[in-house]
Write a protein that binds this ligand. Structure first.
Ligand code: DAH
Length: 358
């Protein structure tokens, strides 16, 4: 039985080894990128290579010829391995030369015929945040900061979003393992800063509150899991919806220029009543209608409304005496609009080719 399996003619096996060797060398030599070569490792020098497969046939050759064929096979394997390694260093070198690196030694730049130290620049989102702060300061607002780690009470409860309220679904939340489960979280919006401001200061209040927010969103062209919002809050005597509409229109034209306008559409937020979404003229088509704005000419930017009396009760402000409006919108979205960026994720990739343009 054992005898009959040993049927392979030694010369045939040697021929097969030669073919496999030439085949493997050709495959390696044809690779043009390191990734391509690496993806062929198993097929050329790994377990699935033709030569390794032929090695398993060695036992089917008569014993007297095995030693010689074994040597041919080992030589072939060594040759392929050596060629693979040479190709690998060659392609690695090319990849390194082509790799667009942030060369930290490259901080001298030739400007106006003299060498100057290149300094970094502000990230477009930081720049937008600072520009917005300037605009609101010029309109009489102050700027207030709040914590990124919040409690459930500030982020939801005090904003009239009780535990089982369906609106909580709008804010997929990162909870922290701290204290009672689901009580400490990464803020999902800047609205909790409104609550902190109203608890700390008595009206009249005119303030904007920019900052980072966090949601369990899968990043896509229009969403990031970490993003920036700016919140606005006004509490004074006799504040009406007209003040809100005027403020939003004023900030829109100040930021985007006189051709871009704002409009309000009815919406629902638990902490404002009535509530609205505000939209601005699409910056891509200037309102004519295009794919970005689904042919409507308008792009949604944020939410706003008159502060709900429940919110005033939560912070101890008398809604009979005071009224107010609030708004909040995404700064990253605003930057995306301003520069017509197709994909918001570009803002967090730190690609200097993009960042240097701002
Ligand atoms: N916090 C809301 C959100 O993240 C946005 C918002 C809507 C803020 C209405 C407001 C407001 O202040 O009045 O979706």
């Amino acid at each position: 039985m054992e005898q009959s399996e040993k049927t392979i003619n030694p010369m045939d096996l040697i021929k097969k080894i030669e073919v496999a060797l030439n085949d493997s060398l050709e495959t390696i030599s044809k690779c043009v990128s390191i990734n391509e070569l690496n993806s062929l490792t198993v097929m050329t020098v790994g377990k699935k290579s033709q030569l390794i497969e032929l090695r398993s046939q060695l036992k089917n050759v008569e014993v007297s010829a095995r030693k010689e064929i074994g040597k041919v096979l080992t030589d072939a394997l060594e040759k392929v391995e050596e060629t693979f390694k040479l190709k690998q260093s060659e392609l690695n070198l090319i990849a390194e030369q082509n790799y667009d690196r942030n060369d930290l030694t490259e901080f001298w730049a030739k400007l106006d015929n003299t060498y100057k130290v290149k300094t970094g620049g502000l990230h477009p989102v930081t720049e937008a945040q600072w520009d917005l702060e300037e605009i609101f300061i010029s309109m009489g607002f102050s700027v207030t900061d709040g914590p990124e780690v919040e409690t459930d009470w500030y982020n939801f409860e005090a904003l009239n979003i009780p535990k089982d309220h369906p609106a909580r679904g709008m804010w997929d939340t990162f909870y922290l393992e701290s204290g009672v489960p689901e009580t400490v979280l990464m803020r999902t919006h800047t609205s909790p800063v409104q609550i902190r401001v109203m608890k700390c200061y008595s009206p009249p209040i005119y303030t904007v509150m920019p900052g980072r927010c966090f949601r369990r969103d899968t990043p896509d062209a229009r969403h990031l899991a970490t993003f920036h919002q700016i919140e606005g809050l006004v509490v004074d005597k006799g504040i009406t919806f007209a003040h809100l509409a005027g403020t939003i229109e004023k900030f829109t034209t100040s930021y985007f220029g006189p051709n871009i306008h704002a409009r309000l559409r009815p919406a629902y937020f638990p902490f404002t009543e009535p509530s609205a979404e505000f939209e601005i003229t699409c910056t891509v088509c200037s309102g004519v209608g295009c794919r970005t704005c689904s042919m409507t000419g308008w792009i949604e930017l944020g939410g706003c409304g008159m502060v709900d009396p429940e919110v005033f009760f939560a912070v101890g402000i008398n809604p009979e005496e005071w009224s107010g409006f609030a708004f909040g919108f995404g700064i990253d979205r605003l930057v995306q609009m301003k520069y017509s960026l197709n994909d918001m994720r570009d803002l967090i990739e730190n690609d200097l080719r993009l960042l240097r343009q701002f």
